[in-house]
Design a protein around this ligand. Structure first.
Ligand SMILES: Cc1cc2nc3c(=O)[nH]c(=O)nc-3n(C[C@H](O)[C@H](O)[C@H](O)COP(=O)(O)O)c2cc1C
Length: 219
């Protein structure tokens, strides 16, 4: 009887210890990004282009990890600096990832996709048809609180200038990664911002800048 009690207690302790992990079970842990290799830069620049035909073939987790590192990964861990520049190193941009399995936030510090929810909102990331079926749509979101704005403050176009520039750098990094990796991509401003912000459960000081579709091309 005493032995059974001890076994039950041990089981309870194990469950309590692992339950935080279980709660986050839908987060995606990404493999370490491959930060060298690929096509020579001048070849990738020669092949950079926008494409709007995507197959529904999924990307591997390694491809996802590499592409997110190219977009907004940390390339100087000692001071947390990134593959794309940001004004005054404010790093106000967040990269959200919409997959068939749900909406995720890229956390470069731990190389994970943190799940926001499990709804497929790819169709809401654009007013064109292909985002709905392409495997990956990134949404570049500025968090104006990281630029010093206070909750409730009016956001002006001037407040967003550097976030637009920042997004341009990230998007071009993705273009070059895709050219190197044989993937297709297109950066997109045609985004139903209000509906998408609601579906992403964004806060008022978070602003959608652009979206970008990534996938295999249709031959
Ligand atoms: C700020 C910006 C917004 C864009 N928005 C869209 C868009 O909503 N949909 C789309 O299909 N392409 C969009 N594009 C892609 C352009 O149409 C494309 O870059 C242009 O036709 C040149 O083609 P290339 O990228 O192959 O050189 C956008 C590009 C930029 C820079």
């Amino acid at each position: 009887m005493r032995k059974a009690f001890i076994n039950l207690s041990s089981l309870l302790i194990v469950v309590l210890i692992i339950s935080p992990v279980m709660l986050d079970a839908q987060d995606l842990s990404l493999p370490t990004p491959m930060t060298s290799g690929g096509k020579p830069l001048m070849d990738a620049l020669s092949e950079r282009q926008s494409s709007r035909s995507f197959s529904d073939r999924e990307l591997s987790l390694q491809q996802l990890s590499d592409l997110l590192w190219a977009a907004w990964g940390i390339n100087r861990p000692a001071d947390g600096k990134r593959t794309a520049p940001s004004s005054n190193n404010r790093q106000e941009m967040d990269v959200y990832v919409t997959l068939k399995s749900g909406l995720y936030l890229y956390d470069a510090n731990v190389n994970m996709l943190k799940q926001i929810h499990d709804r497929d909102i790819r169709a809401l990331t654009g007013t064109q048809e292909f985002p709905a079926t392409a495997p990956v749509n990134l949404v570049y979101v500025a968090d104006l609180t990281k630029r010093g704005l206070k909750e409730g403050q009016t956001i002006t176009d001037a407040d967003l200038l550097s976030s637009w520039a920042n997004t341009g750098f990230m998007a071009q990094n993705v273009y070059l990664y895709c050219a190197s990796a044989g993937l297709s991509t297109v950066i997109r401003a045609m985004v139903p911002r209000q509906d998408l912000a609601a579906a992403m459960m964004l806060k008022p000081m978070q602003v959608i800048i652009l979206a970008q579709t990534i996938g295999y091309g249709v031959k």
